[in-house]
Write a protein that binds this ligand. Structure first.
Ligand code: PLP
Length: 441
């Protein structure tokens, strides 16, 4: 309560902007989920550069949220802003409906990084998943998809489903106006449970398993040793395609978990960070599948009705991806970001050990998250969802009130190439203070 009151007092202009925006803006925010922001209203940003973000109340915040990975490249990375400004001027905008040569460069780079050979572009990661699912259905002539309980793959209707208390699938709370109940389109199992996966795939109706190689949207849930190999084996045996959604797990390295862990999916989807701050998305598939879908007479993949969009793969998105992948989120940048994240992880772990607080911390390359559960870390969505949300909000507001922006809901921290050790030290100082106050020291 004290931190909520301080938040309202510290951010009066943001509060007023939120309160005043509801007359015509649905819910007072550009997207209604922003109403869930800790403290009851979001910070309204004024500017951002590097790993810093300033708000309309005049604070400069160290940004460990980084757009929940959308700004993993840091804010306004020069190669991206230059490429986008140049292309915007040269091409007179982004909506010509004609390709530029940047797209083939980006496809080749994604193929090199993720190991699947053929790529197509979308406007967002949500769209990449939607379209990948359609392609998988066409290729397999099956209707269902399978996801993991408490996954998030964007606002894709089929994915709003969890394993219910009695083990049966239930449509996820918050699903609004889905055209059909996801229970009829989707099978759902707990992550890290190969027996459940085998049982559900045995129905023989699953076109694709859509998977984050580590869950990131219910906090970080890492795969158990050998689990991802089992997923690959089971999907192959069942004639089901495996789609790795690397949108968030790209933090694991230059080729996401797919390359870092030597995975072999049939398809990969990605968005957000690879555009260096510009909206984008992409899905890739292996050469055999690419050939099959292009020559499938029963589906006209060139027809706009199936997968498409006039803005998908637009000149600004692909120029931004080329600059970002070519000059910002490079192998060397990932090595640096991962090292800074390791420093962050160590410093949080040291505080927890010194204070004897039974929390845990997980790291996935450039990203780390502390959680209010003891070691060993949680292994599935249901246990992850049981985290203490009040404590989450307390930590979020405590740090925000002292100049540090964490990813809301899970207090994850992401390092950009511009995040420094001194940013991490600033977090450690505030984190230590927050824990001491909690313990009444
Ligand atoms: N996939 C994953 C794993 C995500 O976490 C998200 C968003 O957070 C998406 C897809 C959808 O991204 P977008 O909202 O940019 O479409």
């Amino acid at each position: 309560k004290r931190e909520q009151d301080s938040y309202a007092a510290n951010f009066p202009r943001s509060r007023a902007a939120f309160d005043g925006a509801g007359e015509h803006l649905l819910g007072g925010v550009p997207m209604t989920w922003m109403r869930m922001w800790p403290g009851g209203f979001p910070v309204y940003q004024a500017a951002a550069r590097g790993a810093r973000l300033s708000d309309i109340d005049g604070h400069e915040l160290i940004d460990f949220c980084l757009g929940d990975t959308g700004a993993m490249a840091g804010h306004s990375p020069a190669p991206v802003t230059e490429a986008v400004a140049r292309r915007y001027t040269e091409l007179g905008g982004a909506t010509t409906m004609l390709p530029t040569e940047d797209a083939a460069w980006v496809a080749a780079e994604l193929a090199r990084r993720f190991g699947v050979s053929h790529w197509s572009f979308t406007l967002s990661a949500t769209d990449a998943n939607r379209w990948a699912i359609r392609v998988a259905r066409q290729l397999t002539r099956r209707t269902k998809i399978l996801v993991f309980s408490y996954c998030y793959h964007g606002s894709v209707d089929e994915t709003f489903i969890v394993v219910g208390p009695d083990g049966r699938p239930v449509s996820r709370a918050g699903n609004v106006g889905a055209p059909v109940d996801p229970v009829t389109t989707t099978r759902v199992v707990e992550f890290n449970d190969p027996a459940a996966l085998e049982r559900e795939l045995a129905h023989g109706d699953v076109a694709a398993v859509l998977m984050e190689p580590a869950l990131t949207n219910i906090g970080i849930v890492l795969p158990r040793d050998g689990y991802l190999a089992q997923v690959r084996e089971l999907t192959r045996a069942a004639g089901t395609l495996l789609i790795n959604d690397e949108t968030h797990t790209f933090s694991a390295g230059p080729g996401g978990c797919t390359r870092a862990w030597g995975l072999d999916p049939d398809m990969v989807t990605i968005g957000k960070s690879i555009g260096g701050g510009v909206p984008c998305g992409a899905y890739g598939l292996d050469a055999g599948l690419a050939e099959r879908i292009l020559s499938d007479d029963s589906a006209d993949i060139e027809d706009v009705g199936g997968v498409g969009g006039t803005l998908a793969g637009n000149a600004l998105s692909v120029a931004a991806m080329r600059a970002c992948l070519g000059s910002v989120l490079t192998d060397a940048a990932f090595a640096g970001m991962t090292e800074v994240a390791a420093g962050y992880t160590e410093s949080v772990r040291a505080v927890l050990a010194a204070k004897s607080v039974p929390w845990s911390i997980s790291q996935l390359g450039a990203r780390a998250e502390y959680r209010f559960t003891p070691e060993p870390p949680v292994t599935g969505g249901e246990s992850a969802a049981a985290a203490d949300v009040d404590l989450d909000e307390y930590m979020h507001l405590y740090t925000l009130n002292r100049g540090i922006l964490m990813t809301p809901f899970h207090n994850m921290a992401l390092m950009s190439p511009m995040t420094t050790k001194s940013d991490v030290d600033a977090h450690t100082a505030v984190f230590t203070e927050a824990v001491s106050e909690l313990l009444g020291e």
